[in-house]
Design a protein around this ligand. Structure first.
Ligand SMILES: [Zn+2]
Length: 222
């Protein structure tokens, strides 16, 4: 997708990642080339053919990353979106939080695209993801939110969503509504603030979780 800020930001990228070049097609400039995965001893483990294109909300969302040589399967199991075959580099709500102050494409490549391909390389060689991964679908959503919110049960998790969506922001000395005898600012305040940057995802995910917990009333959170 054509994005003026993206087209401006990519100008510095070939000087930093010299196997990437700027190309133009269909009136849109983007990055194309090879991304080597190199370890601390300069050993090259793999080389990926990639394209990085603008997204509609860049720099407040990740750009679109594509692997173009079929080095791995382009499906959800391999963390590739099946609607446009772009790489699923992080959980969408988390990607939005990461980009809340704007993320330059060169930082995206260094901090997100290269680790993504390093994980893919490990899985191609060893058969599994080294650093674990979130599950897919609703279980992935529950794991993701639970890793941040640490609710005691599904009802409490949904109640936390409601507080976040309402921009809950009590006085400094207020006790946490979810933790006994703990000041809110010492436990859930920071994660609530963080997730407030991704309220659109929370809103959608909350509906998904309500439907799931309704269908599986005995489901226990870990
Ligand atoms: Zn708390």
């Amino acid at each position: 997708m054509k994005n003026e800020q993206f087209e401006k930001d990519i100008e510095v990228v070939p000087a930093i990642f010299n196997s990437l070049t700027i190309v133009e097609a269909n009136g849109e400039k983007f990055l194309k080339g090879e991304l080597p995965i190199v370890d601390a001893n300069r050993k090259v483990w793999a080389k990926y053919q990639i394209e990085i294109k603008g997204s509609d909300r860049y720099p407040y969302s990740f750009p679109k990353l594509f692997e173009t040589a079929d080095a791995f399967k382009h499906n959800a199991d391999w963390h590739v979106y099946e609607n446009d075959f772009s790489c699923c580099v992080d959980y969408p709500a988390n990607a939005k939080i990461i980009c809340k102050n704007g993320l330059h494409v060169s930082d995206y490549i260094k901090n997100y695209a290269i680790p993504y391909f390093a994980n893919q390389t490990f899985r191609i060689r060893e058969g599994y993801y080294r650093y674990g991964e979130y599950s897919h679908g609703v279980f992935g959503k529950i794991e993701y939110y639970q890793s941040k919110l640490k609710a005691k049960n599904p009802a409490e998790l949904l109640e936390m969503f409601r507080f976040i969506l309402l921009d809950y922001n009590p006085p400094r000395t207020a006790a946490c509504p979810f933790c006994h005898n703990v000041k809110f600012r010492h436990c859930h305040r920071d994660v609530f603030r963080e997730l407030q940057f991704a309220k659109d995802y929370l809103f959608q995910d909350r509906a998904h979780l309500i439907a799931f917990f309704h269908a599986f009333p005995d489901y226990k959170l870990i």
